[in-house]
Structure formats: structure tokens, C-alpha cells
Design a protein around this ligand. Structure first.
Ligand code: MN
Length: 133
């Protein structure tokens, strides 16, 4: 596994402790820096304060869901340009058109593939950089 050369800061939004810990450990092992939120409300607050390079957003969350959190982030000039990737349970993959139209920059299926995950996150960071250059 190659390290992320520039230590990109990734905000992981996930209410399932096990899923959150796994994603965090895999990303940190690969050289990413991480932030964590267990609710959409917390994610919006942390994103405003910390300006992560990328947000990984669970859809089903207590309180506001991941789509509502995305809409709030897009509506705020402080966070509007942060790339946001949906973390979607495989049962929800049929909803991908809905995620696309909601404005997500992409999606990664859960459960995550720990071998592929760092590369998937890195690719989304790269794509965002090119798209916003
Ligand atoms: Mn969830």
C-alpha cells in the first residue's frame, strides 16, 4: 500500500462504530489524516471548522440523513466546494441515480473493500482536484 503523499484530510461520516473504526484505521494506515462524525449535524459543523479535502458520507444516519447533510454543505459558501462521496450499503446501490442527482461527487459501496478503499479515496481526491483546478 502506498502512502497518501500529502496527508489529505478526510472527514468520515458514519453512525456505525465498527464501520467508522474500520474506515478510519484503513485510511490512517495509508497516510491519510481523518476526522470523524457520527451524525449529519456533526458533519456539517466539523466541515465548516476544519475544511476537509474530502467527505465520505453515510446516507442512513440518526437525525438528518446524508443527503440532507450534503444539501446543507452545498448551500454554505464555506463548504460548498468540498467533494462529498456517498458511502452506500450495497442494498442501496439501486439508489445511485438518486445520489447522483442529489449532487454527490461519487459513491463507495459498503462494506468497504479494505484493499481497494485507500485507492478509491485517493482517486476521488485526485478527481476533485482536477475538476476544481
Ligand atoms: Mn448509517
Amino acid at each position: 500500500m502506498t502512502a497518501a503523499p500529502d496527508g489529505k484530510l478526510i472527514l468520515i461520516v458514519e453512525d456505525n462504530e465498527k464501520n467508522l473504526k474500520l474506515a478510519r484505521d484503513v485510511l490512517q494506515f495509508s497516510g491519510f489524516q481523518t476526522l470523524e462524525a457520527g451524525t449529519g449535524e456533526a458533519a456539517v459543523g466539523i466541515a465548516r471548522q476544519q475544511h476537509p479535502d474530502l467527505i465520505l458520507m453515510d446516507i442512513e444516519l440518526p437525525g438528518i440523513d446524508g443527503i440532507t447533510a450534503l444539501q446543507q454543505l452545498r448551500a454554505d459558501v464555506e463548504t460548498a466546494r468540498i467533494p462529498i462521496v456517498a458511502l452506500t450499503a450495497s442494498a442501496m446501490t439501486t439508489d445511485r441515480a438518486r445520489f447522483d442527482s442529489a449532487g454527490f461527487d461519487g459513491y463507495i459501496s459498503k462494506p468497504i473493500d479494505i484493499k481497494a478503499f485507500p485507492g478509491q479515496v485517493r482517486a476521488h481526491c485526485e478527481r476533485a482536484r482536477r475538476g476544481r483546478a
